[in-house]
Design a protein. Structure first.
Length: 67
């Protein structure tokens, strides 16, 4: 939930349309980077939060599965 909201906030800053231009988009002469910034920002924030809270489980190695 937090990662999605963070990505949406970042996307809003980079959005450009006929009725809204975010500050980042306005500084870049109307370049609309909302989709890539939103997706990559959400993914990076999700990854960082999952590692920080210990919910990112490491993948077990194939040798540890043998008995």
């Amino acid at each position: 939930m937090v990662a999605g909201l963070g990505g949406a906030a970042a996307a809003t800053l980079c959005a450009s349309s006929t009725f809204w231009a975010g500050p980042v988009s306005a500084a870049m002469d109307g370049l609309n980077l909302a989709i890539p910034v939103g997706v990559l920002g959400s993914a990076a924030l999700y990854w960082a939060l999952s590692r920080d809270f210990g919910t990112f489980a490491p993948t077990p190695s194939p040798t540890s599965a043998r008995h």
